[in-house]
Design a protein around this ligand. Structure first.
Ligand code: GLU
Length: 310
């Protein structure tokens, strides 16, 4: 059920990787749990929280809680309040105040500006529907880890046209000019405790969106900025996000931010071997609590039985 056995004995006190200035090496060992309040805490996300919390506490390090709520259309304060209650009920405590990404949009804009200055982003006026239609009409559509890649419709738009459309108030997203970015950074790697030294493969992710008109940042931009500015030395998260780390390493390098150590843990599976889904309400912590389970029993279901040292 859990992958606690694959933890390493030695704790990284800072990144050994991509940290030429040694900033993270001097920082106390720090992990974080960064839920998006788009739903309740369930066993799968509780596993991630317990994993990060336990690593920090075992090492006498810091455990941070960050609410990733930049997508205000999908994130609800009620979910955030429930997540905090459930974490406390599970016995988790965190260091310092909770950081909310929705309160940091100016910081992300400043970082985005660096990319704009370097001509590493371009405005994209395509709607989701237009992108789907273009992909459907193409003889072949390259796929990345998150589905078909953006076909590049707006990539070579003359600047004059882009400028006048922006000035006319047409909604647009800013996309990373991935091939330029990769050309600038050169080959990169990251270090993962489970997967070893990994090659960064940005091109397979395509020209990802870094902000939209209604969302002034993106997961990739915010997580990269926050992990570095919060001095997180060990980023732990599910292995479903392994591919995203390529994007984060590229952004870190463009911003001259240090790279943490990574640990992409295994995912909890249900009885039929399927990944636990947020949609399965019976696996919500609040539902298990209402059934009368104790925090220790729920921790065990989340892969951390107390006899394994919680
Ligand atoms: N907000 C992301 C999620 O809930 C966190 C991913 C991460 O830990 O980087 O999936």
């Amino acid at each position: 059920m859990s992958d606690t056995t694959d933890m390493e004995k030695t704790e990284p006190t800072g990144a050994q990787w991509g940290d030429p200035s040694g900033i993270l090496r001097q920082a106390p060992m720090t992990t974080r749990f960064a839920p998006s309040p788009t739903g309740e805490l369930h066993l799968g996300t509780a596993h991630s929280a317990l994993f990060a919390w336990k690593r920090a506490r075992d090492a006498g390090g810091r455990f941070l809680l960050r609410i990733e709520d930049i997508d205000t259309a999908r994130c609800l304060p009620a979910h955030e309040a429930q997540i905090l209650r459930d974490l406390e009920w599970l016995g988790l405590d965190w260091d310092g105040p909770v950081l909310r990404q929705s309160e940091r949009t100016e910081v992300y804009s400043e970082f985005l500006h660096v990319l704009e200055e370097g001509s590493l982003v371009y405005p994209c006026f395509c709607t989701r529907k237009e992108i789907q239609a273009e992909i459907a009409a193409a003889p072949s559509a390259p796929h990345g880890p998150d589905g078909p890649l953006y076909p590049g419709t707006c990539k070579n738009m003359p600047w004059r046209e882009a400028k006048s459309r922006m000035e006319a108030g047409e909604p647009y997203a800013l996309r990373l000019h991935m091939d330029r970015a990769v050309g600038m950074t050169g080959p990169l790697t990251f270090s993962d405790e489970r997967f070893g030294d990994m090659q960064v493969d940005g091109l397979s992710c395509g020209d990802i969106v870094l902000c939209r008109k209604d969302t002034p940042s993106s997961y990739h931009l915010s997580v990269t900025v926050d992990d570095a500015t919060q001095f997180v030395t060990l980023v732990t998260r599910g292995e479903d996000l392994l591919h995203a780390t390529s994007i984060h390493r590229i952004l870190q390098t463009l911003f001259a931010l240090p790279a943490p150590q990574y640990h992409h843990h295994g995912l909890l599976l249900d009885d039929s071997g399927q990944r636990l889904s947020k949609r399965d309400k019976s696996k919500a912590i609040s539902a298990l609590r209402a059934e009368g389970l104790s925090p220790a029993e729920v921790r065990a279901l989340a892969g951390f039985p107390d006899d394994q040292g919680l």
